[in-house]
Design a protein around this ligand. Structure first.
Ligand code: ARG
Ligand code: GLU
Length: 737
């Protein structure tokens, strides 16, 4: 019975595909470079002039040898035979800040090393080259019994992963990571070469690198020159070595050529980098949890927190500087989630997941042995259990920890433990010195009045209907009195009080910390979170992970079975798990491993009657210019170049100076700094953001509304060469005109 319907509908479906113009959807997906053969034909049809092997190979140099993990969460690309690396300004930001001081304010003014000797070492910064990736699913999963408990399974997998890593890593040279794919249905091993002598070479002033600031963040049209320049240095034999003045610029296996010939709307592009996390295969229950609980709670909490911070920043220029980076961080997630909620609603993701779940359940009924039967109801129940502890966890993260003094006070617990002899790994002087450093760093960007205002505001949660509930409890029920003691008396809200305390600190002084009202409060809230809330969340999460693993396996099996007939029955758009109709597999969710996303340069229509062209120019910078608003100040030098139309070889065919462009490449956080390549595999841009209307692509991609935002490489080189005069850098590059 099932087979017959299956066949009929498959035929029907194929006809429908042809009727749709035979166009296979091309934009969604973050593909595994090792398996790119499977995409090759389609990519070539869309405009790729290379083979999959030119992009990823372990037998000869390939484009992958020019792509790096930059620092902890970004991507970068090598653009010269002397190890020059491009990434985003926001990815290099903390290193630029590290080298900045009042005398040398590189954040404000930019920085350009005139010679290699002036390039600045960046302690803590590393870049990682992928040498090889391997499918290790068999070594990881063979023999793991379905009857294992989750803990047994986890222990066994950890042990196997550790054995593999040890067998393949070389001390100080390579790093090996074994990473789950498809929620643990497959495993891959990644071997990286790690370079730790990476130096800052150049950065534009922030009013170029961060032009538009938080107002323009996640927005199109965009005019941010979001790039910075670094160089990798190597030791003897061109191999990784810790920083040394004797190290030499690294000679890469491969560097990217830069293409100044530009692009047209519709041209093929691909983004090669490290997307961090997506959740394309959640159940409707998982999406509902994000849509109705997690996102709204976090958005409301941050709206309130940002209101307090912004008001204080507007009143006091000192606060504006102190809180700029904090506000940017808080606002980044806040704005993304707002876009995500709207996108999920607009696409009716829950409804289409529910339709899919009906198909899934019908299909499981038809299977012998029903391996997946019951997985969806079990997931539903698991999310219901999660909802309760999740609320408390979010209250802790977004409300309780919003006043920074709470986390800061709690961090002195270590000093207490060392003083009491409970922690023997550290001497008291060391612990004390650590606290002094921490205090100095903390108070540099801290304003107690602002923090208090945040605290008072975060005690309450605002609901959609405008009502409030109190979500933070006090030992002392009187809020005003609690605030007086926290901010008027505690050691942890005043630099002078803390300094003089630390100056007279002796082994018995921990008692004063333990008596401190704010410390007592912090200890209690952390205690509750760490010992009651978090264990519950982890337990629920383990349950969900295990069910989601089974559900993922089922979704893959359904896709591979080819029974897409059912898709037609419910008239679904072939997106999400249904996207790869007739192809062999679903792309795995992003997990901060190297991926290829491909699509085309394309404008879009975010609202009725509105159409966005796919590229911006320097004209828009001048339109946005506002000397009174920090984020929209334009440098005189840039205005001069603009006035003279002095764009040199970096202008486009129309004589315009292009700044940024958008495309349909499926990207996410972590893709920042990723190279954007054309059909020939040459660099045409640097990825740095997504459009707000499409941030739900982490959960459901939509080729009509999802756009990644890229810096035009011509603007990047124009700034380096014409604006900053750092022509020596451009001379290192291989440029196609
Ligand atoms: N939205 C980009 C990302 O997710 C850029 C963030 C940095 N810029 C900012 N204005 N906060 O990382
Ligand atoms: N700015 C993001 C990053 O730092 C990329 C934007 C996105 O989420 O797509 O990785």
């Amino acid at each position: 019975m099932f087979m017959k319907i299956f066949l009929q509908k498959t035929i029907l479906f194929s006809c429908a595909l042809i009727a749709m113009g035979g166009t296979v959807r091309a934009d969604e997906g973050m593909w595994v470079p090792l398996l790119l053969q499977r995409n090759q034909a389609q990519m070539q049809r869309l405009g790729l002039q290379l083979t999959a092997d030119d992009i990823y190979s372990i037998n000869h140099s390939s484009l992958k040898d020019a792509v790096v993990i930059f620092g902890g969460g970004c991507t970068g690309e090598v653009v010269s035979d002397q190890g020059l690396v491009l990434t985003n300004h926001h990815c290099g930001f903390s290193y630029i800040q590290y080298h900045s001081s009042v005398e040398h304010d590189y954040l404000t003014n930019g920085f350009w090393a005139a010679t290699m000797d002036e390039e600045l070492p960046c302690p803590g910064l590393a870049v990682r080259f992928l040498k090889e990736m391997r499918d290790v699913t068999h070594s990881m999963l063979d023999g793991i019994d379905a009857r294992y408990t989750e803990n047994q399974r986890r222990d066994s997998i950890q042990a196997r992963g550790k054995r593999l890593s040890e067998a393949f890593s070389q001390e100080g040279k390579t790093e090996v990571k074994v990473v789950p794919f498809y929620y643990g249905n497959q495993y891959y091993m990644f071997i990286y070469e790690v370079f730790t002598d990476v130096r800052l070479v150049g950065a534009p002033p922030s009013n170029i690198g961060k032009f538009g600031g938080d107002t323009d963040n996640w927005m199109w049209p965009r005019h941010t020159g979001d790039f910075s320049v670094f160089r990798i240095y190597a030791g003897k034999d061109n191999t990784p070595a810790p920083y040394s003045p004797d190290n030499k610029p690294y000679k890469p296996l491969r560097y990217l050529k830069i293409d100044l010939r530009g692009y047209e709307e519709g041209d093929f592009t691909f983004v090669f980098g490290y997307p961090g996390r997506t959740q394309e295969y959640l159940s409707s229950f998982g999406v509902r949890q994000i849509l109705e609980q997690e996102d709204p709670m976090r958005i409301a909490a941050r709206t309130a927190r940002l209101e307090v911070i912004k008001a204080a920043m507007e009143k006091d220029p000192a606060v504006r500087i102190q809180y700029a980076a904090k506000a940017a961080g808080i606002a980044n997630g806040w704005k993304k989630w707002i876009g995500e909620v709207k996108g999920i609603q607009r696409l009716n993701v829950i409804g289409s997941k529910q339709d899919y779940e009906k198909i899934f359940e019908d299909w499981t009924q038809s299977l012998n042995g029903e391996p997946y039967a019951g997985v969806l109801p079990a997931l539903k129940k698991a999310y219901e259990e999660m909802a309760v502890c999740q609320t408390e966890a979010i209250v802790f993260q977004e409300h309780i920890l919003a006043p920074e003094a709470v986390g800061f006070a709690y961090s002195f617990k270590k000093l207490c433990r060392v003083s009491k002899g409970e922690e023997t790994g550290m001497k008291l002087e060391e612990a004390l010195a650590e606290c002094e450093r921490k205090a100095e760093k903390f108070f540099k960007d801290y304003n107690a009045e602002v923090d208090r205002a945040i605290f008072e505001r975060m005690i309450f949660q605002t609901h959609a209907d405008g009502s409030f509930t109190q979500v933070i409890d006090f030992p002392d029920k009187n809020v005003g009195k609690a605030m007086e003691t926290f901010y008027g008396k505690s050691l942890f809200t005043d630099p002078d009080r803390l300094r003089s305390f630390l100056n007279r600190y002796n082994a018995a002084s921990y008692k004063e910390i333990e008596k401190d009202p704010l410390f007592k409060y912090a200890d209690e809230v952390y205690g509750r979170y760490l010992h009651a809330v978090r264990p519950l969340v982890l337990q629920c999460q383990k349950q969900i992970d295990s069910l989601q693993r089974l559900y993922m396996k089922g979704q893959m099996a359904l896709t591979e079975s080819g029974d897409f007939a059912t898709v037609m029955r419910v008239g679904l758009k072939p997106v999400g798990p249904l996207r790869n109709v007739g192809s062999e597999q679903l792309y795995p969710d992003a997990n901060f491993t190297l991926r290829v996303a491909y699509g085309k340069v394309a404008g879009f229509s975010p609202a009725d009657a509105v159409y966005y062209r796919p590229y911006t120019t320097i004209e828009g910078i001048m339109e946005k210019e506002d000397p009174g608003i920090y984020d929209y100040v334009v440098e005189d030098r840039l205005k001069e170049l603009y006035a003279n139309k002095d764009y040199g070889r970096y202008a486009n065919a129309l004589g315009e100076m292009p700044v940024a462009f958008v495309g349909t490449n499926h990207t996410t956080g972590g893709n920042s700094g990723s190279p954007v390549l054309n059909g020939e595999g040459n660099l045409i841009g640097i990825n740095f953001d997504r459009c707000w209307e499409g941030t739900m692509s982490d959960i459901r991609y939509d080729s009509e509304m999802c756009r990644n935002i890229m810096l035009d490489i011509r603007y990047c080189l124009f700034i380096i060469d014409k604006f900053a005069g750092a022509t020596r850098l451009v001379e290192e590059m291989d440029i196609i005109e």
